[in-house]
Design a protein around this ligand. Sequence first.
Ligand code: NAD
Length: 282
Amino acid sequence: MPHRRSLSQAPRRYSHARISRAVYALPNVFSLAGKKAFVTGGGSGIGAAIADLYARAGARVFVADVDDDAAAAMVARIRGNQGSAEAVVIDVRDESSCAAAAAAAHVADGGVDILVNNAGIGHVGTVMTTSGDDLDRLYAVNVRGVFNVTRAFLPRMLERRSGVIVNMASIGGLVGIRDRIAYCVSKFAVVGLTKSMALDHARDGIRVNCICPGRVETPFVSARLKEYPDPEKAYRDMTAAQPVGRMGRPEEVAAAALYLASDEAEFVTGSALSVDGGWSAY
Ligand code: NAD
């Protein structure tokens, strides 16, 4: 049998070119080739950036949104870049809508590997300026929505003993934020849902994580700014809250969502990943 030199016995002097080709060649990391992903709120902002990046990483993406025009426009953009995508109309508040969307995705493709619970809404208000209806409205989308969609997709993932769930929480799920009482209540709940589901299904081949973005420039933030008497001052204040001195970009959150969905994150479950320009370090 020919003698094979182990790595520790190898001569110390390598040519740099040989090392970089033979030893340091990167495998295809963060690839989603052959995977199917379902992204709620995929028609706008962070969800659209995730749908776009997942498609570029090789996934077939279901762009799911209550706004069917926005979902269709995103699908057209992905297909225009040679990606694979389907639009799905969903209202995450409604269990039967979630069940129908999951059935459509399963019939079309046999199963979804990655679920991104990203759809969410916001509200500006203290406990005195937030009504019970405001609280219920945010809860219905941000918390019950994550619950409804997950219940629609998890059974098939459990059958296959494989699946990744990425929930979109917020910096407002880790620390309190002034004037965001209903939003923080809902996002703390998303972090709790994430950690509890991760524990419940850690031995079932299912990983559940969430992302906690700081402020990211999307239509969501523009809508919040309009709720202030002086939107320009509010913009400056929102930017200043982040130690890096700027808002994030949707693509920067999408990169975290790609990592969490990828096989490179196989040991990661139950985490709340901050993507916040340093805000949570306060
Ligand atoms: P966005 O408003 O740009 O997009 C949200 C999308 O969700 C829209 O396409 C909307 O149609 C969809 N949606 C709303 N209600 C829905 C429902 N009932 N059913 C299905 N789809 C629905 O917002 P964004 O900034 O991209 O935010 C996405 C997620 O990121 C939200 O969960 C939000 O709370 C979270 N987040 C945003 C920021 C930020 O600064 N932008 C920061 C932290 C967390």
